[in-house]
Design a protein around this ligand. Structure first.
Ligand SMILES: *[C@@H]1O[C@H](CO)[C@@H](O)[C@H](O)[C@H]1NC(C)=O
Ligand SMILES: *[C@@H]1O[C@H](CO)[C@@H](O)[C@H](O)[C@H]1NC(C)=O
Ligand SMILES: *[C@@H]1O[C@H](CO)[C@@H](O)[C@H](O)[C@H]1NC(C)=O
Ligand SMILES: *[C@@H]1O[C@H](CO)[C@@H](O)[C@H](O)[C@H]1NC(C)=O
Ligand SMILES: *[C@@H]1O[C@H](CO)[C@@H](O)[C@H](O)[C@H]1NC(C)=O
Length: 207
């Protein structure tokens, strides 16, 4: 009897110990990957100003806020953020991003804010908005967009603020804003718009 009890408690100990050790080692090394500061309690991974040319490989999966601003990223691959599916805020501003793959942000179903300002984005494909049905706040300011296709924002169901200022937008396709009935704030200043077709903004009932 006593023997069985001892064995069970030992088994518990064996089971619990690795978990505890793992947490301790994470807590101790405050920088999870080199040049990222990770706050376990706040669920923030801060990789700002670290000269990253590629996404850091081992980010903590619990991360809800990821700051990758002021790096040298040039492309975002499909499902690039699959290891951090709980992201709510993603800051990618002030990089050199020219290529956003189809589905770059898919799997980020809880993402609320995405900052892509001050990059080199000249084209948004239909897959750009895929999986971003919860996104409320998007900045694409200070990029190189010259036209907005009718499909580039189709998967946004909750977008409230969209900043497109300081691009080179000349044409906006008829249905570009068609799906965004939740939009409240749209910034299009400092672009090259000369002609606005009738009906472009007709879906924006809450603006
Ligand atoms: C964390 O990063 C700093 C430099 O950014 C380094 O000096 C320090 O040794 C690192 N700490 C650990 C535990 O890796
Ligand atoms: C990341 O760190 C920088 C300075 O170290 C700070 O300005 C910035 O607000 C931090 N980002 C987040 C998301 O907390
Ligand atoms: C980033 O690169 C610049 C220029 O090469 C260098 O001065 C700076 O120390 C680097 N920063 C980090 C965090 O490695
Ligand atoms: C939109 O982006 C521009 C350029 O970066 C910035 O000056 C402006 O404050 C932004 N607007 C909002 C509402 O954040
Ligand atoms: C947009 O306008 C700016 C200044 O008004 C001009 O320098 C630039 O060439 C224009 N871009 C395009 C694509 O027409």
């Amino acid at each position: 009897m006593a023997d069985t009890k001892l064995r069970t408690s030992r088994m518990h100990l064996l089971f619990v110990l690795p978990l505890v050790l793992e947490v301790q080692s994470i807590s101790k090394s405050h920088n999870f990957t080199y040049d990222c500061t990770c706050h376990l309690e706040l669920k923030i991974s801060n990789c700002t100003s670290s000269n990253f040319t590629h996404l850091p490989a081992a980010l903590p999966p619990f991360t809800e806020q990821l700051d990758l601003s002021l790096n040298h990223l040039s492309a975002i691959r499909p499902q690039a953020f699959h290891s951090t599916p709980r992201l709510r805020i993603l800051l990618l501003n002030d990089n050199m991003i020219a290529m956003l793959a189809n589905g770059a942000f898919s799997l980020l179903e809880g993402l609320l804010r995405l900052d892509l300002s001050r990059n080199r984005i000249s084209f948004l494909s239909e897959g750009f908005s895929r999986g971003l049905g919860s996104l409320r706040d998007l900045s694409l300011a200070e990029n190189r967009l010259s036209s907005l296709d009718s499909s580039c924002f189709v998967h946004f169901d909750a977008l409230q603020r969209l900043n497109l200022s300081h691009n080179a937008i000349e044409t906006i396709k008829m249905r570009a804003f068609g799906s965004m009935s939740t939009l409240r704030q749209l910034q299009l200043n400092s672009n090259n718009l000369t002609v606005l077709k009738n009906g472009i903004f007709s879906m924006l009932r809450n603006l």
